[in-house]
Ligand binder design. Sequence first.
Ligand code: PEP
Ligand code: MG
Length: 530
Amino acid sequence: MPAPLRLRGIAASPGFAEGPIFPISETIGRYEQKNGVEAEREALRRAIAEASSRLEGLMSRATDESAEMLEFQLAMLADDALTEPAYAAISGGAAADIAWSRALDAECAGYESSDNEYFRARAADLRDIRDQVLASLSGSLREVAPTGSIVYGHDITPTRFLETDWSQGGGIALTAGSAASHVAMLARARGVPMVVALPAPKSVPAGIALLDGLEGGFVVSPSVSDLERYRVRAQKLSEVRREAAKYLAAAAATCDGTAVRVLVNVADPSDVKAIDIAWCDGVGLMRTEFLYGRQGGLPDEETQYQAYRRVLEWAGDKPVTIRTVDAGGDKPVAGLTVEETNPFLGLRGIRLTLARPEIFRVQVRALLRASNHGSLKVMFPMVSDPEEYDRAAAFFHSEAASLSKEGAPHSVPPLGIMVEVPAVAITPERFAHAAFFSIGSNDLTQYVMAAARDNPSVAGLNDVRNPAVLKLVGGLATFGASNAVPVSLCGDAGGDPSAIPDLLQAGLRDLSVAPAQLAMAKAAIAGVSL
Ligand code: PEP
Ligand code: MG
């Protein structure tokens, strides 16, 4: 028996898996060069068509969260800007596979070398298209992982994820990868355990392995005691989930009867389809960057208005807090954000929006119009100075005046701020004229602890439960209670059962959580005695 190899990476999707390792082979068969430029062009055309029809096949079975990515990949394959350089290289004498690889590698390189996790994560979608077409060119079919296996490799393409049958368990262990990738999002939505950023051993591991998607563990050739420990933890997790499910439909309260409002965080308007509005107290954060990150440029007023209206109508009379675009930092948007040496400390959130008034104005108008369709609140991200709030709020009043002149129905919603910069948390009194505060614990923690939210080397420091962060959270809750400023929290900590007791003890009574965490958050709240 080989000795157990215990590795630690970053947890990207919770859950446990035990099974044989299935190494992802990225070797693609050899392409046989054709005779002449026209034949090469035709081979590439056919391979692109074949890859597109495979994607269309996946699309027909796709759920919401995968359809958008497949749509993006299909659009890329149909985009002349991507394919033309390859055809040009063929005309210059290159073989179809070389021409295609070079064109796609050039596109991917920019994304992959980015300091930014979001861009690196998008590169996987492009690599996926590259390999799909190369596989078609060489006539090689990729092997599908047997059900229940732990798929292991450098990274996994979204289409490979979609082709795999996860119904009998299994998991994903990657030496690269990212918790912000499409695959990670898909894995969380489907409940497939996933660990990324594992150290790469000298040789590809083989045999049986255990995967811990809660703490980021991966054990190859586990010992009997490893197995026992994992099984106990896996059993515990499924009991916790079963137990938590009982809380989903009920109003949240601590075990000694204090009511806690639990709202959900959404991004794409289609996110709400899977949620029953009766399970939550509204939307505590609608991120709008995702509308901006789509193909075809920045979203126009009508597109935004329809997206906001859809969520507001879904929520009925429950509140929906929409955040103005928070581009920059970990959320770059092509055509909006700028290259910076340290994007987390740069022109992001409200700073960027105020620097681009022509873009902000479009969003403000869409929000003002949507406000008539429900109980809207709007908040500004990354506020660090009261003047930013004042300037952003002024846009709402001046655009409301324009809409009045145009005779367009609208209303000005309550305008609040995200508290995610320590400057605000330390001096909340300077911002008391905002209608409400929503604590962005993801950013607040990284800025208080000087530990980036996307850097595994400092993940241990990036902890909302650090006394310094909790002291600020407690201070905000106290300030809010004594100054009639509602204070909620919408960072990931709000849905983290291990952080919830401290957040409630700090005085918070409104948490907005990822939809997948609703039941677990309510169960964790029920376990707290105040
Ligand atoms: C936060 O920072 O906690 C937050 C909710 O905003 P985002 O994660 O989108 O930066
Ligand atoms: Mg934030």
